[in-house]
Design a protein around this ligand. Structure first.
Ligand SMILES: Cc1cc2nc3c(=O)[nH]c(=O)nc-3n(C[C@H](O)[C@H](O)[C@H](O)COP(=O)(O)O)c2cc1C
Length: 221
């Protein structure tokens, strides 16, 4: 985290309902340049993001925050020249952890200490992780699924705090990986730009309707 001091450009926090947050969150493409996010805001953003659910509570997410102007400028050509990369307050790379075993002993011990399971079940769960995530494809699903739930929490939390975000997949994954020094056992699932909206985005586009997306009983049922 940088030691940026938020000046008068600091965004103010709002109090809105969850429904308002869901209805009001947008993918913001136009940010007000020169805005900074305070250390307290970062802490709150990530404290709430960490509340996201995950398989076995393994929390397969990490984040790399880039908030220095010169570093954001270097990211720009790696992100298809998308201007929001430099105008936003910070770019957050969302990483999914492909190694579900990384903290399994510690986390399953917490399950036991908190009264969820006994020692025998803990041992069975330790073995089960291999069964649930037997190959690279399943490990990637675990990494991407878990990290992207956290990304959604981040976007809603940010919106509730008066901050705008843009989820981005338009970047060179190898270039960004190298630039951010991300190890091979993590997937960069998306980049999130975060900052203050310049209020120039077009209205939200239509969504598929209830009848179209909900399938009762079976997919074609
Ligand atoms: C995983 C993901 C990747 C995206 N990548 C980009 C991107 O690289 N550039 C961009 O301008 N918008 C990107 N978007 C934004 C979508 O276009 C946007 O979410 C969609 O049009 C719906 O708009 P709304 O979020 O304002 O409702 C991305 C969204 C998601 C969820």
């Amino acid at each position: 985290m940088s030691t940026l001091v938020a000046l008068n450009q600091q965004v103010s926090e709002s109090r809105i309902t969850l429904e308002d947050a869901i209805r009001g969150r947008r993918s913001v493409h136009y940010f007000t340049p020169g805005v900074t996010i305070t250390d307290a805001q970062w802490k709150k953003l990530f404290e709430l993001t960490a509340m996201s659910p995950s398989s076995f509570n393994f929390q397969p997410w990490d984040f790399v925050v880039v908030d220095e102007a010169s570093r954001k400028l270097q990211l720009l050509p790696l992100c298809w020249g998308q201007q929001q990369i430099v105008d936003c307050a910070a770019v957050v790379a969302v990483l999914g952890d492909k190694n579900p075993h990384r903290r399994d002993k510690q986390i399953l011990q917490q399950f036991k200490d908190n009264g969820y399971i006994d020692e025998a079940t803990k041992q069975a769960y330790l073995g089960a992780v291999d069964v649930v995530y037997p190959d690279e494809a399943r490990k990637i699903e675990h990494a991407v699924g878990g990290a992207n739930l956290a990304a959604m929490t981040f976007m809603l939390t940010a919106h509730g705090m008066g901050l705008a975000t843009l989820p981005m997949i338009g970047f060179d994954p190898d270039g960004v990986r190298k630039f951010l020094k991300v190890p091979d056992d993590y997937v960069i699932t998306m980049l999130l730009t975060v900052g203050k909206s310049a209020e120039r985005d077009l209205p939200r586009q239509q969504r598929r309707g209830f009848e179209d997306i909900v399938h009762w009983d079976t997919f074609r049922g």
